[in-house]
Design a protein around this ligand. Structure first.
Ligand code: NAD
Ligand code: ZN
Length: 422
């Protein structure tokens, strides 16, 4: 395969002629204008599959990014979930995502889901821009820009909930969720993961390719859990410094808290106390490795956990809710000298400085650097060591995405999966 097939390079005369003919007939876009309409891009499965196995030579990259995108350009829009204000979730039309920069990729979303963070917007507690919503998804790469080398059309990919350039000072330090050029999917006009197609900026740095394989539905659910909640639960545990033999308490039994149980167990915690009053979630917490359940809340919860730990408190308290009460509980049960790992988006929460100073309890956590964590957690998912996809106990199609939200709001669902494409 010759390098001359790159856009703008010299092509063999016959191929140049063919491309001219297809371009005139509308099958190919204008030369060097990588702006194919995502709905109209047909991936040739066999070609895509074989390309995914080849080494990423630059000439092949450029050719595959254009030549296997057979566009009929019929659709100018795609369907996506739209946030119209508190309580207002609909499915509507969005402009077809297009490659705009050579570092972009377009991903066809197969699975998306609803996050506890989306619920803050849905309830009107947190502001969210009107328009696309949804930041967790897995899908298949449809099209890549000429500079993209780590993913190819046809690859199955996990997207972290934030995109990142991988080169700024924060990314280089591992804080990919704080990328200086980054942002979150599904807000401020950025394509959302609860829609058919997403343009992914900085595709090389952002997307994680899943090795080619025939994955069960259970594994696919775990892959979409890697997009956010598994990484966020892990971040709580890492931030709190969970280590082998520890006694850990997880405040919160949503998908993040349940994944924090997985993470604590994975890091070697011996005793894991899950603070949950919901029987379904209590059962899942136990399945994930919780040894104790505390159904109480507030002062009662604090007292119980302190009693369980001989008055010392836990080695690591993982705050996975984001309310003033859950933060107070986490600090109330944290052992002298320990660190609270907090990942809940804070609402009316305060940090009790008296505890920080007089009990030497620290606070870490924040936006999870999901992109940093996905590779190691992906390995565990593929080896069957962890199964975070079990947090999905409700599912809808894209048309019924509002029900996916309502089921979580009504606590009929721990976490709702949204099946979007094949
Ligand atoms: N830091 C990050 O990068 C990041 C990423 C994703 C989500 N989040 C945040 O993490 C938090 C949890 O997300 P989720 O998807 O699990 O949310 P969720 O709303 O589905 O679950 C929260 C659960 O906590 C329970 N709860 C409330 N108060 C409690 C208390 N005092 N003690 C014990 N449990 C309590 C609720 O009943 C609910 O089941 C949210 O604030 C979300 O916005 C942060
Ligand atoms: Zn999320």
């Amino acid at each position: 395969m010759s390098r001359s097939t790159r856009c703008g390079g010299r092509r063999p005369a016959r191929r140049r002629h063919l491309r001219r003919r297809r371009r005139r007939s509308g099958q190919l876009p204008d030369r060097c204008t990588p702006s194919l309409t995502a709905t109209a891009i047909l991936v040739i499965p066999t070609a895509a599959a074989s390309l995914a196995l080849r080494p990423a030579r630059r000439s092949q990259r450029a050719r595959s990014g254009q030549a296997i995108s057979i566009s009929t350009r019929k659709g100018l829009t795609v369907r996506a979930t739209l946030y119209g204000g508190p309580g207002d979730i609909t499915v509507g039309e969005r402009p077809d995502p297009r490659l705009e920069k050579p570092t972009d990729a377009v991903v066809r979303v197969t699975l998306g889901c609803v996050c506890g963070s989306d619920l803050w917007y849905y309830r009107g507690v947190n502001p969210h821009a009107l328009g696309p919503i949804g930041h967790e998804f897995v899908g298949v790469v449809e099209q890549v820009g000429a500079d993209v080398s780590t993913v190819r059309p046809g690859d199955l990919v996990v997207a972290p909930f934030t995109f990142c350039d991988g080169t700024c000072a924060n990314c280089r330090a591992g804080w990919t969720g704080n990328c200086l050029s980054g942002g979150s999917f599904g807000n401020h006009g950025v394509d959302g993961g609860q829609g058919e197609y997403v343009k992914v900026p900085y595709a090389d740095a952002t997307l994680v390719k899943v090795p080619a394989g025939d994955y069960s539905d259970a594994v696919m659910k775990s892959l979409v859990a890697l997009s956010d909640v598994m990484c966020t639960g892990h971040h709580a545990a890492v931030s709190a410094g969970v280590k082998p033999g520890d006694t850990v308490a997880v405040v919160g039994d949503g998908a993040v808290g349940l994944c924090a149980v997985i993470a604590a167990k994975r890091l070697g915690a011996e005793r894991i106390v899950s603070l949950s009053r919901n029987p379904v979630r209590q059962a899942l917490a136990r399945e994930f490795g919780a040894t104790d359940i505390v159904a109480e809340r507030g002062d009662d919860a604090t007292k119980l956990v302190m009693d369980m730990t001989g008055g010392l408190g836990v080695d690591a308290a993982l705050e996975c809710v984001g309310t003033g009460q859950s933060m107070a509980t986490a600090f109330g049960i944290a052992r002298v000298g320990s660190i609270v790992g907090a990942v809940g988006v804070p609402h009316d929460s305060t940090v009790p400085l008296q505890t920080v100073i007089f009990r030497n309890v620290g606070l870490r956590g924040g936006v999870a650097p999901a992109r940093r964590y996905i590779p190691e957690l992906l390995d565990d998912v593929l080896r069957g060591r962890i199964n975070p996809g079990l947090v999905f106990d409700y599912e809808t199609g894209l048309d019924d995405v509002k029900d996916a939200y309502d089921a979580m709001i009504d606590r009929r669902a721990t976490k709702s999966l949204v099946r979007i494409g094949a």
